[in-house]
Structures are given as structure tokens and as C-alpha cells.
Write a protein that binds this ligand. Structure first.
Ligand SMILES: Cc1ncc(COP(=O)(O)O)c(C=O)c1O
Length: 384
């Protein structure tokens, strides 16, 4: 037998997903319990109360850590709960440098909730890595990045930003939701923590919310376990199981998402009604070379410009195979309007500043037959 580390697809199916030692069940059991019986005072089987720990959750945390290449992970009730948990590792007076084009819910949490507790935030265009360094203050503790960004698909150089941040004693957190660990592994490029909305590609079936933080250091994992226990935004055993099931097919799903995504981006880039396409897999994407270096695929997130709110609405009303809905990363193709959906909270001025227009449409290409997706887009775009 080879002692070689199992490859990604094998880890997804087997790490943390070993057969149940009690019964041999190949699927991880769901433990729907709030408490655990104790033999005597202080003597138990390692579990006391479900907010603190749960065997199904332990299995998922082991699995997701193995996929991102960190020693430990902690799962939360949603992606936002995971991001909030990271922020509560900081204290009043600390400063965060963040990308200016993050998922809209993240700056909403930062500006409208956490700023009230003495944290400060500076937003920069992280695609130009020196701008990150320029924003550092003596109290900067964290850099928070998305790459590619939501929805404009701008990349940042994770290796360069991690190196310069570490030089200043600042930790780097990467929201890797768009790429999943199958196509991008920020820890290997220097990130200190990785966060996901597991609601998206990791679960993959649009049937449950969740979030995860993958740690690189034991003290991060300890602090996050303490936050799970104190604030209680943990993931339910059933939703842990949904992700454990979904992740088993992550490798094959991502390959199909990527294949369909490339074809849809290519099609849109040649369509007369489409003024611009944002997809790192296209040769004319300004960071195509970085994308090839930093990611092992281009994924299935695409944004494109229809020219106006009216045009966007005309086409979105007509889609049939694609579903007009928030969210992304499911097996079904989801199409959305960032200005009124994911980025409504950023406000008109905020959107204008980062280039999110009223005519911008975002598509999360699913794994249906790509010809059906293309025909649907063709008939929907003919309404413009
Ligand atoms: C990139 C990204 N990060 C975080 C989140 C928040 O995740 P959740 O909806 O699971 O709270 C989202 C949600 O769309 C997202 O797209």
C-alpha cells in the first residue's frame, strides 16, 4: 500500500467520513441530541452539551479542514456567522483592511454592526496589492479578502498580499466561497484562515445554510471553539450531514461547473447584446495570467453587462432553465441582479464607486446540460 496522502476527491469522500465504528454505517450518523448522559461527575465520553460539541459536527470539521489543507476547522450556522466569529476574535480599537468589492453582506456586518463595537475598516482595491500595504495602520490586525470578488470577478494576488501582511504582523483571511478548495487553496499561498459560506459550492445543492472557518494555528481553533460555545451560532447536526453528503461529489461537480462556466462565458463574450463579460477564464480578463497561476480552474461564476436595469429585467423575466434567485454554487443555474439583490445593502453610491451597474447580471452556472443553459440564455437575451 502506498503511504501517499490521498488526493482531493478521496479526502472529500473519506476524511472525517469513515464508517461508523458502532454499526459500520458508511454514511456519518446524525446525532440530534442537545445533551449527553454522564457516568459520574466529570466522567463522560468527550461530549457534554451540543452547543459545545457534536459528533456529526466533529466529522464535518475534520473533513473541511482536510480539503482546505489546514489542521482544524470550525463550522457555523451560516457564512455570515463564520465571518462574524472571525471578527469577534478581534477587540475594540483593532483595524481591518478589506477588499472593496466583497459580498455585500460582509461590509454590511462590518459597517452597520461591528463598527458600533470599536472595530474600524478600510476598503481597498485588493487587485493592486500595494494598496493593501498603504492602508495599514499601527492597529491593523487583519486583511479580509475575496478572490475572485463578488460579482466583478477581480482577483488579488494571495501570495503577495500574505507575504507583505505577515511582514507587518497582520493576519490574512480569505473568503474562498467562489472557488471552493477544489480550485483554490489560500492556505498553501500563505493565508492564515479561510472562510466559506458552505451554503454554496461545498454543500452544492441549495438546501442548507452554513459557514466554516479553516484555521492554520491551534490558538485560532481554540478561540473559535470558545466563540462557538459562547455565542452559539453553531451548525445543526442535520445541516452538518447535508454538507458531508454534498462534499462527497465536490470534485466532480466542480469539474462540470468549470466546463459549463467556460462555455457560457465564451458564448456571452460573443453575444451582440452583452457589452462586457467578467470571467477570469477569458483571455481578455485583466488578471487571466494570475488566475492561471493561482487557481486550478476558473469556476462557474460569471458577471455580464446588459446595459441598463430595463435590459437586465427584460432578460431575467424570460429565463426558464436558469432560476432568478440569490445565492450561487448549487447544481442548478442561478441568475441574479447584484444591484437589487446581493449588493443592495452597499447603496447606490457604494455600487457606483466599485463599478456595480444597474445592468449587471451575475450567473452561477450549474451542472445541467450546457446546451440547455445556452438555449435558455439565447431566448432570454433575445428579449433585450
Ligand atoms: C462570497 C460570500 N461570502 C459569504 C456569504 C454569506 O454566506 P451565508 O449566506 O451562508 O451567510 C456569501 C453569500 O452569498 C457569499 O457569496
Amino acid at each position: 500500500m502506498s503511504s501517499k496522502e490521498p488526493s482531493f476527491a478521496t479526502r472529500a469522500i473519506h476524511t472525517g467520513q469513515e464508517p461508523d465504528p458502532l454499526t459500520g454505517a458508511v454514511s456519518v450518523p446524525i446525532y440530534p441530541t442537545s445533551t449527553y448522559v454522564q457516568e459520574e461527575i466529570g466522567k463522560n465520553k468527550g461530549y457534554e452539551y451540543a452547543r459545545v460539541s457534536n459528533p456529526t459536527r466533529d466529522r464535518l470539521e475534520t473533513n473541511l479542514a482536510a480539503l482546505e489543507g489546514g489542521p482544524t476547522s470550525r463550522v457555523f450556522a451560516s457564512g455570515m456567522a463564520a465571518i462574524n466569529a472571525i471578527a469577534t476574535m478581534l477587540k475594540a480599537g483593532d483595524h481591518v483592511v478589506a477588499g472593496h468589492n466583497l459580498y455585500g453582506g460582509t461590509p454590511r456586518l462590518f459597517n452597520q454592526v461591528l463598527a458600533n463595537f470599536g472595530l474600524t475598516f478600510t476598503y481597498v482595491d485588493t487587485s493592486e496589492f500595494y494598496k493593501v500595504e498603504r492602508a495599514f495602520q499601527p492597529n491593523t490586525r487583519l486583511v479580509f479578502l475575496e478572490t475572485p470578488t463578488n460579482p466583478l470577478m477581480e482577483l488579488c494576488d494571495l501570495r503577495a498580499i500574505s507575504d507583505l501582511s505577515h511582514h507587518h504582523g497582520v493576519e490574512v483571511v480569505v473568503d474562498n466561497t467562489f472557488m471552493s478548495p477544489f480550485f483554490q487553496r489560500p492556505i498553501e499561498l500563505g493565508a492564515d484562515m479561510v472562510v466559506h459560506s458552505t451554503t454554496k459550492f461545498l454543500n452544492g445543492h441549495s438546501d442548507g445554510l452554513g459557514g466554516v472557518v479553516v484555521c492554520t494555528k491551534p490558538e485560532q481553533a481554540e478561540k473559535l471553539a470558545f466563540i462557538q460555545k459562547c455565542s452559539g451560532a453553531i451548525l445543526s447536526p442535520f445541516e452538518c450531514w447535508l454538507i458531508l453528503r454534498g462534499v462527497k461529489t465536490l470534485a466532480v461537480r466542480m469539474l462540470q461547473h468549470d466546463s459549463n462556466g467556460r462555455k457560457v462565458a465564451e458564448y456571452l463574450s460573443k453575444h451582440m447584446k452583452v457589452r462586457k463579460v467578467f470571467y477570469p477564464g477569458l483571455q481578455d480578463h485583466p488578471q487571466h495570467e494570475l488566475a492561471k497561476r493561482q487557481m486550478s480552474g476558473f469556476g462557474s461564476m460569471i458577471a455580464f453587462e446588459t446595459g441598463s436595469l430595463e435590459n437586465a429585467n427584460k432578460m431575467l423575466r424570460k429565463v426558464r432553465v436558469c432560476s432568478l434567485a440569490e445565492s450561487l454554487g448549487g447544481v442548478e443555474t442561478l441568475i441574479s441582479h447584484p444591484a437589487t439583490m446581493t449588493h443592495a445593502a452597499v447603496g447606490e453610491a457604494g455600487r457606483q464607486k466599485i463599478g456595480i451597474t444597474d445592468g449587471l447580471v451575475r450567473i452561477s452556472v450549474g451542472i445541467e446540460d450546457v446546451d440547455d443553459i445556452l438555449s435558455d440564455l439565447e431566448q432570454a437575451l433575445s428579449a433585450i
